[in-house]
Design a protein around this ligand. Structure first.
Ligand SMILES: NC(=O)c1ccc[n+]([C@@H]2O[C@H](COP(=O)([O-])OP(=O)(O)OC[C@H]3O[C@@H](n4cnc5c(N)ncnc54)[C@H](OP(=O)(O)O)[C@@H]3O)[C@@H](O)[C@H]2O)c1
Length: 102
């Protein structure tokens, strides 16, 4: 990634509705990034590999930040560790592979 970033280039933030993602969006807006791309989880489940490739292939972001994750408290993580790990690995790998292919 080259700095300074191009503030007009398509910039995808995954997980924009979450605590971290919404703060990132607010900061990028404050810094005058003009082409922020988001999509709600109701429209794209990031565990869906084909869906992620289709979406990123269409919007072709120049930059991407991943703040999407299945997040739970200590009890939920302790009770369903494989479920949390699996979902989050799928989200990360799908986004990384799709982003590197556009
Ligand atoms: N919060 C903190 O203080 C903190 C500190 C350091 C690191 N982190 C890390 O930052 C990441 C996000 O944490 P957070 O606190 O912002 O979590 P959060 O508030 O629960 O937000 C998670 C985001 O991910 C989206 N998401 C979850 N599963 C998805 C899926 N299958 N497909 C598409 N979108 C999905 C959610 O969309 P929906 O709302 O539509 O479900 C939401 O936008 C995690 O990896 C966390 O460990 C958090």
């Amino acid at each position: 990634m080259k700095f300074p970033l191009d503030k007009g280039a398509p910039f995808y933030v995954a997980g924009h509705t979450g605590m971290v993602g919404s703060a990132i969006i607010a900061e990028l807006k404050k810094q005058c990034f003009k082409n922020l791309i988001t999509i709600p989880s109701s429209e794209l489940d990031l565990r869906n590999r084909d869906g992620v490739f289709g979406f990123l292939g269409t919007v072709k972001p120049k930059y991407a930040i991943v703040a999407a994750a299945k997040v739970g408290g200590i009890l939920a993580n302790d009770t369903y560790p494989a479920n949390f790990l699996s979902d989050n690995l799928q989200i990360q790998v799908n986004l990384m592979d799709a982003a590197s292919s556009v």
